[in-house]
Design a protein around this ligand. Structure first.
Ligand SMILES: [Zn+2]
Length: 498
């Protein structure tokens, strides 16, 4: 986590719903057919512009000027040949290990560093880029956004039990789940088609887009949570693969004699030094303890609770979603100021408040209930029967804030978990945890003809990670690699030139 304050997405969603009430009928830019659009183009752009800061707050941008420039350059080139060349598209790489790419209405397109690590050439990248641009040009995003918001109301899956306290629920489940839109099969097929068309039009070999589906398919079998959303609606990736191969052939036939670019070496050289997997400096869980090396603290996570770490907060919840703990920073200079700010922010009334010591630091434990709103009818007040245990800790020049929340009826069940986590907060001083470095993609030259497996061994890659590296390289371990060819390995040192 960084010192960014939580900006509730709730407000944004209200604005969105407000916008959606204005129905318009417009021509679909891709199909040319008239279609009921719940959003005008201006509204679409406004929605994307409002959501963009949320996406960046959630993941943070990936700090690599060359890669950001690359995605923007290719993106703009593709937009120019697309069905909506007039839209002010923006392309960003975000700092997440998850393998994903997604687009928001209005032309906001994001690729994670995780997906960038898994492409093996520019042509694969271009295919996925075209696919995402396709969701925007065919107005899938706009329509889907409409459907999902109207369909779900403002309730977020998993944490909906806290009705009447949506703000905190939103913060915890990071309303961004809404932004990871799931498209239907037809939309995905159409985007695949557009991906082939757009990438071919800017000169890339769209057959390689199909080969990347194989990588995605292999990743989806990974126990780690790296399943890309844009694979999830496609139960049959082989079928998708075949279709894209056929489309690529058709599109290439329209440009007889043209050589289509793959640019494998250029791509690999560009991603040399890319962070791979979780970045432990941003926080990691090991043996039930959450470590935050960048802020130098640690605390235990209740057994079997799930942890969701983002730059602005850490959210923890048991699998049944009946409680949660959020860790973020309190506002104000003193514990009392932070307590008051918290009560105001979430419209709470303190039930009790007592000074305590946590990990040698001054702290304040506050139990609070939602304030009774005289404007809300009595029968709806019922919904707000929740209780919070708030722990504020004066740590260095910050105030660490733990918010434990559950239904009032469950509060005594979860209070021990809330206290276990917040009251075992400590300074992190273990150098092994403090100095934990991420792994980096390293691009190396194959010294002699051999199988990929043997070559990886030659670069001292551990045996239990060979399969992972084969997927990363888009190959099988038994595939032959030839002298002088570039491949990906993993290392703990960043290349000195980057
Ligand atoms: Zn898609």
């Amino acid at each position: 986590m960084k010192t960014t304050l939580v900006q509730p997405i709730y407000r944004l969603l209200l604005i969105a719903v407000g916008l959606l009430l204005l129905t318009t009928c417009a021509r679909n830019p891709v199909t040319g057919k008239k279609q009921v659009m719940l959003m005008s183009e201006q509204q679409e752009i406004a929605l994307g512009a409002q959501s963009d800061p949320q996406v960046l707050a959630e993941f943070g941008p990936y700090n690599n000027a060359a890669m950001q420039q690359f995605i923007n350059e290719k993106g703009q080139k593709m937009v120019a040949v697309s069905h909506r060349a007039n839209l002010p598209f923006q392309f960003k790489i975000v700092d997440s290990p998850v393998v994903n790419a997604f687009a928001l209405p209005g032309g906001y397109v994001y690729f994670t560093r995780g997906i960038m690590a898994h492409f093996n050439d520019e042509a694969q990248f271009a295919g996925v880029l075209g696919h995402e641009i396709g969701h925007v040009t065919a107005r899938h995003s706009a329509n889907q956004y409409t459907k999902q918001i109207l369909g779900q109301g403002l309730l977020i899956g998993g944490l909906v039990f806290i009705k009447g306290f949506d703000q905190l629920a939103e913060a915890a489940s990071s309303g961004l789940q809404l932004l990871f839109l799931k498209f239907g099969r037809e939309d995905e097929s159409q985007s695949d088609m557009l991906g082939v068309e757009y990438s071919t039009k800017i000169g890339y070999d769209a057959h390689h887009m199909a080969s990347f589906f194989t990588t995605l398919d292999r990743l989806s079998g990974n126990p780690e949570d790296r399943i890309p959303t844009f694979l999830s609606t496609h139960p049959d990736p082989l079928d998708r693969n075949k279709k894209v191969e056929e489309l690529a052939k058709e599109w290439q036939a329209k440009y007889p004699g043209q050589q289509f670019a793959i640019n494998r070496d250029q791509y690999l050289r560009m991603i040399d030094g890319l962070v791979y997997g979780e970045d432990p400096q941003q926080g990691f869980v090991e043996n039930g303890i959450f470590y935050a090396p960048n802020l130098k603290f640690q605390y235990p996570v209740p057994a079997d609770w799930q942890v969701q770490n983002s730059p602005q907060q850490v959210a923890m919840a048991p699998k049944d979603g009946k409680a949660m703990i959020i860790l973020n920073l309190g506002q104000g200079q003193t514990l009392d100021e932070a307590a008051q700010a918290t009560l105001t922010e979430y419209k709470l009334t303190a039930v009790s408040s007592k000074p305590i010591t946590v990990g040698g630091f001054q702290a304040l434990s506050v139990v609070a209930d939602p304030a009774v709103d005289p404007n809300v009818p009595a029968n709806q007040q019922q919904q707000q029967a929740i209780r919070l245990e708030i722990t504020l800790i004066q740590f260095q020049n910050m105030i660490i804030r733990f918010l434990g929340v559950s239904a009032l009826a469950d509060f005594n069940t979860y209070l021990p978990s809330f206290q276990f986590t917040a009251r075992n907060f400590r300074t992190l001083s273990d150098p092994d945890k403090l100095n934990r470095k991420p792994e980096f993609i390293r691009i190396v030259t194959v010294p002699r003809n051999a199988t990929l497996g043997a070559t990886l061994q030659g670069f001292n890659m551990p045996t239990d990670r060979q399969e992972e590296l084969a997927v990363l390289n888009g190959m099988q371990l038994t595939d032959m690699v030839t002298q002088g060819m570039l491949i990906k390995v993993l290392g703990n040192l960043k290349p000195s030139t980057k």
